[in-house]
Design a protein around this ligand. Structure first.
Ligand SMILES: Nc1ncnc2c1ncn2[C@@H]1O[C@H](COP(=O)(O)OP(=O)(O)O)[C@@H](O)[C@H]1O
Ligand SMILES: [Mg+2]
Length: 423
């Protein structure tokens, strides 16, 4: 039995002669960015979150990723759910490789079958035996809470997790422990696991409108400069998918070029129109002609051969086409010629980060030069203030960064937090 903690494995940087810890990818490049590079080889990672946040899925995603990309054998120890249930849930996942289990690249251990109480010494010995036998480099214990519940006090829990981490680090394994965390203050049920683990990722479900949205935070990652922001994610058959991490910057260049607003009188007042890449905020009560203004603004862009995007939170594509037709503008033709792109989704169709990411992706992919967001107040009315303000500010900066001339419309009779955005 090994008891002393080995000096962690290091690689030498050719240029600086400094040593840096070996990185183990989390299997998701966005999460790796948030972690400040990834996990550190030999470390103990705690994945804490309430039921249904995807802990078990992520654990398997990480193990299969190691097998596929690094040929690293793995062990999965189940203490909560029957293995057959876990495996049948995994069948539809793209990362799932049944033959990895058949070839014993992934060893599955089910401790639930043992009716008697868990003996920590027995468990550590069994783990050491399996790691040595299989040459595993990744170990998942799902969940540590199930073991902690059987230990008599927090001292015993702390002691067990210390010994577990020491043992597996010495054997060259990176360990992932799942924990059924309480939802408040990112604290685990026993309040000790997060102090002992080297890395803590908290998974949460936050209520947005009528729905719950999953999000995660890297609470700590020893030895790495990790990000502390909350990142929203969703689950598909690819596993946990995080939205790309893209903090806004103030590095955009200010253009001296003027573009037409679409209203000749206004262009004269503005000495030629709006500066390219700037955003204009158009607020007014219903019936004051905001959508009409927006339409003229768009038509001016189309005439100028600019790639245009119309984001509507209130109208259908067909309503926009019909509206344009009344002004002699043939939207379908511009759409066919890939000059015009319409995105019509009510605010409630997805959560706010989903809107931000799809708009940003369209802007990048279609090289949009002119954009209408109609209306910002519809978004403000559908989401809590904190989420809306973050969305609006990031969208505004991203549009600027991409040099997109934008028109935001807003109904005047809207929530207070709309005013906070417009100042
Ligand atoms: N193919 C899928 N598409 C979308 N969601 C899925 C899919 N498979 C599983 N899920 C979601 O993942 C959740 C289960 O994740 P799981 O890892 O078992 O959570 P935890 O271990 O945190 O309790 C379920 O709530 C389900 O909604
Ligand atoms: Mg689970």
């Amino acid at each position: 039995m090994v008891t002393n903690k080995q000096v962690p494995p290091l690689t030498q940087n050719k240029h600086t002669q400094h040593y840096k810890p070996l990185t183990v990818s989390s299997s998701n490049h966005v999460l790796d960015t948030l972690l400040g590079g990834g996990f550190t080889k030999g470390n103990t990672v705690l994945l804490a979150g309430p039921p249904g946040t995807g802990k078990t899925l992520f654990a398997f995603q990480w193990l299969f990723d190691g097998i596929e990309k690094k040929s690293e054998n793995s062990i999965y120890l189940s203490l909560t759910e029957p293995l057959f249930k876990n495996l049948s849930n995994l069948e539809m996942m793209r990362f799932y490789k049944r033959d990895a289990i058949e070839k014993q690249q992934l060893t599955l251990l089910d401790l639930r079958r043992e009716k008697k109480e868990i003996d920590p010494n027995h468990l550590l010995n069994a783990l050491e035996h399996h790691v040595l036998q299989t040459g595993s480099k990744r170990v998942v214990i799902d969940s540590i809470t199930a073991i902690s519940q059987q230990l008599e006090n927090t001292f015993a829990i702390r002691n067990f997790i210390f010994r577990l981490g020491d043992l597996l680090a010495t054997l060259g394994c990176t360990t992932l422990l799942t924990s059924e965390a309480a939802t408040k203050n990112l604290q685990t049920p026993f309040g000790v696991e997060e102090f002992i683990a080297d890395t803590v990722i908290a998974l949460e479900k936050v209520r947005i409108g009528q729905e719950y949205q999953r999000c995660l935070t890297v609470v700590k990652n020893r030895g790495r400069n990790h990000k502390t922001q909350r990142a929203f994610y969703y689950i598909t058959n690819k596993g946990l998918c995080l939205y790309p991490y893209s903090p806004p910057t103030l590095k955009h260049a200010e253009s001296r070029i003027k573009v037409s607003s679409g209203i000749p009188g206004l262009d004269r007042l503005l000495s030629g129109g709006f500066f390219k890449g700037t955003s204009t905020f158009l607020a007014g009560t219903t019936g004051t002609g905001k959508t009409l203004f927006a339409l003229h603004f768009l038509i001016a862009g189309l005439k100028n051969n600019e790639a245009c995007l119309y984001v509507s939170f209130e109208e259908s594509k067909d309503a926009l086409r019909k509206n344009a037709e009344n002004f002699g503008c043939n939207f379908p033709q511009h759409e066919q010629e890939k000059r015009l792109h319409l995105r019509c989704e009510p605010p409630e169709s997805t959560f706010i980060e989903g809107h931000y990411q799809t708009i940003l992706s369209l802007i990048r992919r279609k090289r949009i030069q002119r954009c209408i967001i109609d209306s910002l107040s519809a978004v403000a009315n559908a989401f809590p203030e904190e989420h809306f303000l973050s969305f609006a500010k990031r969208l505004y900066l991203s549009l600027k960064q991409h040099g997109v001339t934008t028109l935001f419309t807003s109904a005047a009779d809207t929530k207070e937090h709309m005013k906070e955005f417009t100042g």
